[in-house]
Design a protein around this ligand. Structure first.
Ligand code: COA
Length: 319
């Protein structure tokens, strides 16, 4: 037993911010950003919250599938940027969509979060514990960014994507890995301690990143993990119809396509318009290509994501 995507949905904040707009308050330019990242604009929350975006994406996925919220068994939200620590975003989504019989919890694997959540849903469903699940990636990354740091503020965007899954017997295989030894490459210490006994030093509370190291890591592990997954299944990149990669940077995606020797036309992107939306990037992309009619019955797709942790994953699925 495995899973099949029955519906998809998304939600993005209204405000689009262009590179030119950013160059008004940090020392950067449209040319620099486009050349190094492929990003032209991103959507930034001006009041929209992670739970609101997640709830709207979830509602749209259920409408797309024609699914009854009261029959949902499980909701997993992948996020690393929730404004509210408690309760988890998934429980707020449960209330918002009226999925009162679902079990709901959040998962943080940074930008690989959506795939970790999808893999988790597959395990529950394949074991026969649940019949269906809503898996959501939702982020307001703009909350975690130092808007005077040009090395990070140009990269990220906000949004949410959701998939509604049901039990099926199509192949679904995944690999997921973590390397906590590299926890200093990309990190964010977000909250101040409220403890009356706290005597530590409060540190930098924004996303901090070694961009070159992340670039090297991403291009290496995504290529290796996809190759390992395909080798295990006796497949080659030629057998795959579409590669849906985490949308961090167009140059990362182009490098991976070259290393896999897979045509770049098999790698749809939205990073140009949405920036890096962390755990939301892959479900946002799935929703876009499904709505464009590009996801066809029987297609083999590979998804792969990477992020802080470091964490990474690849999965193979039949549409
Ligand atoms: N605008 C203009 N100049 C900038 C800039 C910006 N936004 N950000 C950095 N620079 C400058 C640097 O200060 C440096 O100047 P110097 O040569 O005078 O020191 C120069 O541009 C080159 O910086 P560098 O960091 O070497 O650029 P790069 O080619 O490595 O590109 C990234 C930077 C961040 C675009 C690139 O490393 C990257 O994409 N990494 C992956 C990041 C990522 O995907 N993170 C999320 C993972 S989930």
């Amino acid at each position: 037993m495995s899973i099949r995507i029955m519906g998809t949905g998304s939600a993005i904040p209204n405000k689009a911010v262009t590179n030119d707009e950013l160059s008004r308050f940090v020392d950067t330019s449209d040319d620099w950003i486009k050349e190094r990242t492929g990003i032209e604009s991103r959507h930034i929350a001006t009041g929209e919250t992670v739970d609101e975006l997640a709830g709207n994406a979830a509602r749209n996925a259920l409408l797309d599938a024609g699914a009854d919220p009261s029959k949902i068994d499980m909701i997993i939200v992948a996020t690393c940027s929730a404004e509210q620590a408690l309760p988890c975003i998934a429980c707020q989504v449960q209330k918002y969509i009226g999925a009162y019989s679902a079990v709901a919890f959040d998962l943080n694997a940074a930008c690989a979060g959506f795939l970790f959540a999808l893999n988790t849903a597959d395990v529950y469903i394949s074991k026969g514990i649940y019949k269906n699940a809503l898996v959501i990636g939702a982020e307001v990354m703009s909350n975690m960014i130092n808007w005077s740091d040009r090395t990070t503020c140009i990269l990220f965007g906000d949004g949410a994507g959701a998939v509604y899954l049901e039990r099926d017997d199509r192949p679904f295989k995944f690999i997921q890995k973590s390397n906590g030894l590299k926890d200093d490459v990309l990190f964010c210490w977000q909250r101040d301690s409220m403890s009356a006994f706290y005597r530590g030093v409060q540190t930098y509370k924004y996303v901090s990143m070694d961009g070159k190291e992340v670039f090297r890591f991403a291009t290496r592990v995504v290529t290796d993990t996809i190759s390992e997954l395909l080798f295990d299944e006796g497949l080659s990149p030629d057998d795959i119809d579409m590669f849906l990669l985490h949308q961090a940077n167009l140059r990362i995606i182009e490098t991976i396509s070259k290393r896999l020797k897979a045509d770049i036309s098999k790698f749809p992107t939205n990073v140009e318009r949405l920036g890096n939306t962390s755990s939301a990037s892959i479900p946002l992309l799935i929703d876009e290509i499904r709505k464009e009619g590009r996801l066809k019955e029987g297609m083999k797709i590979v998804m792969s994501g990477f992020g802080a942790g470091l964490t990474y994953s690849a999965c193979l699925m039949e549409v």
